[in-house]
Design a protein around this ligand. Structure first.
Ligand SMILES: Cc1cc2nc3c(=O)[nH]c(=O)nc-3n(C[C@H](O)[C@H](O)[C@H](O)COP(=O)(O)O)c2cc1C
Length: 192
């Protein structure tokens, strides 16, 4: 058998996976680690150097306040929902110790297509996931219905033309994870 000569970085990139949300537990990153992750995420390819994205950090009680917003909107839409169902919505952002919303500010621009600005936001989100893993944590990128609800977005401080790229849930892995089947290269690669 060939010896494994992968660097730590390669091992991380080859093995990274997203845990189920309830398998992401405390402790989460501290303030210095959060700053380090966000610095890495903002070092993303960015056509035009527009920084067409920003980050909103939800920790501690901030997660509960955001959950209250989500629950209130849910209750308006589904008034018949019982308390347990509403509580699922109320606790949406308090399952992991840290949630970072990656927000896209992509907008029409004279030179840089809006699409490319969006892609840069998605790449920043990916870098954030990788940075969390590199620091020894795990991360899962979620959107769910509330990322697309304008009332929730407004209450969380987003402008009308801002969009949620993802809510990245970050913390410590509770138990070993099973991987999922990955695409076979033969199915996704052609040579021109
Ligand atoms: C833009 C985007 C939004 C996502 N939103 C959700 C979501 O709302 N709920 C969910 O279960 N998975 C969501 N996922 C998928 C997970 O992040 C993850 O990729 C998936 O569970 C597979 O895990 P893996 O990263 O180990 O392949 C989303 C992924 C992306 C790229």
């Amino acid at each position: 058998m060939m010896p494994d000569t992968s660097t730590d970085a390669l091992r991380l990139l080859k093995l990274r996976k997203s845990p189920k949300i309830f398998d992401i537990v405390a402790p989460g990153p501290n303030t210095a680690e959060i700053d380090e992750m966000l610095t890495i995420a903002s070092r993303v390819p960015d056509h035009g150097k527009l920084a067409p994205w920003r980050f909103v950090v939800f920790e501690g009680a901030g997660r509960d306040r955001a959950g209250a917003v989500i629950a209130e909107v849910f209750q308006k839409d589904v008034p018949e929902a019982d308390a347990d169902r509403v509580n699922i919505e109320r606790t949406r952002l308090s399952r992991a110790p840290l949630v970072v919303a990656v927000v896209s500010k992509a907008a029409p621009h004279v030179k840089i297509p809006e699409w490319e600005q969006l892609l840069s936001g998605a790449a920043a989100c990916t870098l954030l996931v990788l940075a969390a893993n590199a620091l020894g944590y795990v991360a899962t990128w979620l959107t769910e219905w509330y990322a697309y609800d304008v009332r929730v977005r407004t209450a969380l401080g987003l402008a009308a033309d801002e969009r949620i790229v993802g809510f990245v849930h970050i913390g410590t892995l509770a138990r070993p994870q099973e991987d999922r089947p990955r695409p076979a290269l033969a199915d996704i690669v052609t040579r021109f």
